[in-house]
Design a protein around this ligand. Sequence first.
Ligand SMILES: [Zn+2]
Length: 174
Amino acid sequence: METGAPTAGEPSLAELIRAGDLDAIAGFQVTHVEQVRSYCEIVCAADRVQEACDDVFLEFVGRVREGDAIPGADAALGGDAQLDELLLQATRSVSAARLQRRPASTGSRRAPRFEVQDASCAVMPELVAAAANGELRGDGEAVRAHVASCPACKAMTARLQRAERAFLRSGGWS
Ligand SMILES: [Zn+2]
C-alpha cells in the first residue's frame, strides 16, 4: 500500500488512521512493529512483549485520533510528520505501565525487578515516561529529583533510555 507523501486531494496517512482506515493502521503496524518490539523487549518481561506491542498500537491509534497530543506541534505539518513521535510516546507510556505492574519476582534475566524504596518508586516509571512525552505539569523537577537520589529509579530510567535508543536505531532515525 502507499504510505508515502500524499498527492493533492488524497488524505494523508495520519488522516486515514484518524478516520479508522484499517488498511492504513495495519500497514503502519507492519512497518513499525520491530521498532516497537525493540523497545518493549528491554523494558517488559519476555512473556509480556507481544501484548505490550499490541497495546502500543492501540494507544498509538488513540493518540492519533486525539490529534493534538504533541504540545507545541506544528499543525501545518499535516500530521504524518507527527506519527513517529506519537508512536514513540505510546511506546513509552505502554511499556512504563507494564514495567510498573510487573510482579516483583519474574525470574526473568532480561527484565530485572526494580526494588521499591518508597511509595514514589511505584509510580516513577509512568511519571518518567510522561515527562519524556511532555505530559507532566510543570518541569518535572520532582521526578528528576527522585530519580537522581534513588538508585532503583536511576537504574529504571537508564533502562528506559536504553530502550529508547534501541527504538530510534531500529527505526533508522538519527
Ligand atoms: Zn525510587
